[in-house]
Ligand binder design. Structure first.
Ligand SMILES: [Zn+2]
Length: 316
């Protein structure tokens, strides 16, 4: 069942966070649905600009439509991750996305508000909901890049939400894109979330760049020929604390890429005579499903699917 992120957020607010997972291909798609169903979790599929151009945007769109038929018990939103205005408008027209993110966070406040408002007006007219971003996350994720954190200012966030009409807001609190998030201890500014929640009670917030970059995953990648020195991510045990402060969506992309890399490096090193892509694909789908299910436990979304489905049916 394809739903909007708004419906999912209303069910989750203050209690748990929904996992937002980026996918690019068929194997990720299958593993994603299997892992969410196995852990009985509602979820968000994120499609980035890079994913849309990796094969063809229509290939992904039809894959997701088909997945909805293959897995009729699933409850999920289809969301554009880090869109510019033109990509948002294209997704709004597509008929398959239920939610888009407009990322104009590099623009000055007034301009960010104006761009976001144009996307909100177009999205709302077609029943889609819109995520926006205020502040900058350090790191690189496809075309999104920043050298330093610019933390979200809570007073500006309040003004931004009111004037742009966005449905959820990605805040910069110290997480970052990519596999190299922290030198030393992680420092997340939960005080920013607390302040925004006080100003805008009930308004859904989003945490980007929240992969945990597990040490064991990195160790196995490096053992089989990888070279990922100093990789470090966000402690997944803080997800539920963030959820209590109004974070309803947590973006996890890098960790999924690590599972792919680890499985493929390991498999072809251990079975050097193999050149069939299917046996390794099967291992990957199962491992990716296991990874998704374990993340959902940390997010608190595991076990919520029936209650979310009923809530959405009742509230429209
Ligand atoms: Zn992001």
């Amino acid at each position: 069942m394809i739903v909007t992120t708004k419906q999912l957020f209303q069910h989750a607010y203050g209690k748990y966070a929904i996992g937002a997972y980026n996918i690019n291909n068929l194997e990720q798609c299958m593993g994603l649905f299997q892992g969410n169903l196995a852990s009985k979790a509602p979820f968000i599929i994120q499609i980035s600009k890079g994913a849309r151009s990796y094969t063809h945007k229509k290939m992904l769109e039809s894959m997701l439509k088909t997945a909805d038929e293959i897995f009729p018990d699933s409850v999920f939103a289809i969301h554009l991750d880090h869109g510019d205005e033109a990509t948002c408008m294209d997704c709004i027209k597509s008929g398959i996305y239920s939610s888009v993110m407009i990322d104009a966070s590099h623009a000055p406040l007034k301009e960010n508000i104006a761009i976001t408002k144009r996307v909100v007006d177009a999205g709302h007219a077609k029943g889609l909901v819109v995520e926006a971003e205020l502040g900058l996350l350090k790191g690189v994720e496809e075309h999104v890049k920043a050298d330093e954190h610019v933390f979200t200012d809570p007073a500006e966030a309040e003004q931004f939400i009111k004037e742009s009409g966005c449905d959820s807001l990605a805040c910069a609190i110290g997480t970052s894109h990519g596999a190299f998030k922290f030198k030393g201890e992680q420092k997340l500014r939960f005080d920013i979330l607390t302040d925004i929640q006080k100003r805008m009670p009930g308004f859904p917030l989003v945490m980007h760049g929240s992969s945990s970059v597990p040490e064991d995953e990195v160790r196995r990648i490096n053992h089989f020929g990888g070279a990922m020195a100093g990789a470090k991510g966000v402690d997944e045990n803080c997800f539920l604390d963030a959820a209590k402060l109004g974070v309803t969506k947590i973006n996890i992309d890098t960790d999924g890429r690590l599972v792919w890399t680890r499985v493929h490096r390991e498999y072809f090193c251990l079975y050097p005579e193999n050149f069939d892509l299917r046996p390794v694909g099967k291992v990957f789908m199962a491992e990716y499903a296991k990874f998704i299910a374990s993340k959902n436990k940390k997010l608190g979304s595991a076990g919520q699917i029936d209650s979310a489905r009923e809530f959405i049916k009742k509230n429209g």
